[in-house]
Design a protein around this ligand. Structure first.
Ligand code: ATP
Length: 525
């Protein structure tokens, strides 16, 4: 009997829905695409902007209440993507911004060393004997065990057949944890022969370009790999021109570029992405307190997106794992479908000490010390009132946040024609309300269009008069529209419309002149 076709994984379903419904398309697809680059379609850009605006709202326009009971102060910035290249020497990116990489001498493929997972290939032969066929590597992720099984099965078939003994997830060992002698025996993920993988080595992740007409070393510049450094470069201007006092923050949302070696898992790791970063400048004595404050605040913010608390966790970095600039770092992680049962990074909150200001002061010659008038007036000593502020940095990915909302919202439901719906919180839903005339005649389109014209000033609406109303509801379920309003035959008689709620699919009749306040209240906007 032929095998039943394999069910697509949750991630495959999400990626295909994103394409089909205009959330995310592969970039330059008509030319075969470009690995690690994505375009946000008409609905994706609405979703992304909603998340961005919510972050900006909660960081810059209405930042949290600080430990002293008053709102903290944060200002916004939009700095240049290309900066003076000395920036990246000072920040350590030119010298050290690299992931350890492994090349395969046989296939010429290159992998991130921490993404290669290795286990011993074991096969149970027909006579019950267990044979070991060597160390086999696969790429980490949700398909790791299935890939492993497939590869070993092929090896088994070539040597007399048998049943593959699939290891537990926990038995997959990162390549980086093996000693060199073991590394030399590993079969690469795409190789035919074992022992062709090199030792892990550094690889710079910054994209380079040239500024001006002449393309030589002196004109070399970089696309920023993080938004943070632009903030440090403007720290002095902000202190000098704005009425900010330490502690204060500077927030920025924007594109960053990293020549990731293995971009994958859809938009999780891409080469062009967006970050939402805030640098919090504080007195060194208070840094620990603010580190804890921001860890707590940021976790609450992720919950405010409607993410289930059990799918979020905090993970403190061990000392050996800390980046060169960091004194302490904690990651906020999410249970992505492709990392489960493990979690993957969403945001990092780092205590950067005064590393960045020290380095930029040293490399630029500019004086970046802060003169703390309040502390001086309190009679504190000079080393307490003249100092380089410490920095606490909550750094998150906007495009990763979009991925989390897509994963979190995806809700299978066999009872619906669409077999699923997107359970977005109304605030983030790209379209808040669909407006449908039941049929395209009998005065219904005119009433529907008038309602649409009134409503679209308040929130994003879509007017749709095409296809059967069931198909229109199904499409709205797929894109996560919380409400649909249908104008039908009864509307002309009693001036009421049908309002359908996405999650319960319940329909209610509401009078036409009350629809707007009715929806505003339920959307919570
Ligand atoms: P990773 O370990 O996943 O490479 P990182 O620790 O280098 O990430 P940071 O430099 O701390 O990441 O960047 C802050 C945030 O930016 C991350 O938490 C993540 O949300 C986002 N981010 C980083 N790299 C990428 C990428 N290649 N694609 C999408 N988002 C990214």
């Amino acid at each position: 009997m032929a095998d039943a076709p394999a069910q697509p994984s949750v991630m495959e379903q999400i990626v295909s829905l994103c394409k089909r419904r205009g959330f995310v398309y592969p970039a330059s697809e008509i030319y075969g695409g470009l690995n690690g680059f994505w375009d946000y379609g008409p609905l994706g850009v609405l979703l992304k902007n909603n998340v961005r605006d919510w972050w900006w709202q909660n960081m810059v326009l209405a930042p949290p209440i600080g430990p002293d009971g008053h709102p903290v102060e944060i200002v916004g910035l939009d700095s240049s993507i290309i900066q003076n290249p000395k920036t990246w020497v000072a920040s350590g990116h030119v010298g050290g911004f690299s992931d350890p990489m492994v090349d395969d001498r046989e296939t010429k493929q290159r992998y991130r060393a921490d993404h290669l997972m290795v286990a011993a290939a074991k096969v149970k032969r027909k006579d019950g004997r267990v044979d070991e066929l060597g160390l086999v590597s696969v790429l980490s992720g949700d398909n790791a065990l299935a890939d492993f099984e497939k590869r070993v099965d092929k090896m088994a078939r070539r040597t007399g057949g048998g049943q593959v003994l699939v290891p537990e997830h926990a038995e997959l060992t990162p390549y980086t944890k093996l000693d060199r002698a073991a590394q030399e025996k590993v079969l690469g993920p795409d190789a035919a022969q074992p022992g062709t993988l090199t030792e892990p080595r550094a690889f710079n992740l910054m994209f380079q370009t040239y500024v001006g007409a002449i393309q030589d070393e002196s004109a070399k510049a970089y696309l920023r790999p993080e938004t943070a450094q632009g903030i440090f470069l403007e720290y002095k201007n902000i202190v000098d021109t704005m009425r900010v006092k330490v502690p204060f923050g500077v927030a920025q949302v924007g594109k960053s570029f990293r020549n990731e070696v293995t971009p994958r898992n859809f938009i999780f790791r891409s080469r062009e992405f967006e970050q939402m970063e805030m640098e919090w400048f504080c007195h060194p004595d208070d840094a620990r307190k603010w580190y804890e404050f921001w860890t707590n605040e940021r976790m609450n913010w992720w919950k405010s997106l409607g993410v289930k608390p059990e799918k979020l966790r905090l993970r403190e970095h061990e000392t050996a794992e800390l980046a060169h600039y960091s004194k302490m770092t904690v990651d906020i992680e999410y249970l992505y479908p492709f990392t489960a049962p493990d979690f993957g990074e969403l945001e990092g909150i780092a205590h950067r000490g005064n590393f960045d200001l020290t380095e930029h002061q040293k490399h630029s010659g500019a004086k970046l010390e802060y003169f703390d008038q309040d502390r001086k007036e309190k009679g504190e000593s000079e080393d307490k009132f003249r100092y380089l502020p410490n920095v606490i940095e909550p750094a998150s990915g906007l495009t990763r946040a979009v991925l989390v909302l897509l994963c979190e919202g995806f809700t299978p439901d066999e009872s619906r024609p669409s077999k699923m719906f997107m359970r977005f919180e109304p605030r983030f839903a790209p379209i808040k309300c669909g407006i449908f005339p039941l049929v395209n005649k009998d005065g219904m389109p005119e009433i529907a269009e008038k309602l649409y014209m009134d409503m679209r000033r308040q929130f994003t609406c879509e007017f749709d008069a095409k296809a059967a109303v069931g198909r229109r509801y199904a499409r709205m379920d797929e894109i996560g529209t919380p409400f649909c309003v249908t104008i039908d035959g009864q509307t002309r008689e009693d001036q009421t419309v049908t309002v359908r709620e996405r999650d319960t699919m319940k329909q209610e009749r509401v009078s036409l002149d009350k629809v707007l306040p009715y929806l505003r209240e339920r959307l919570g906007l």
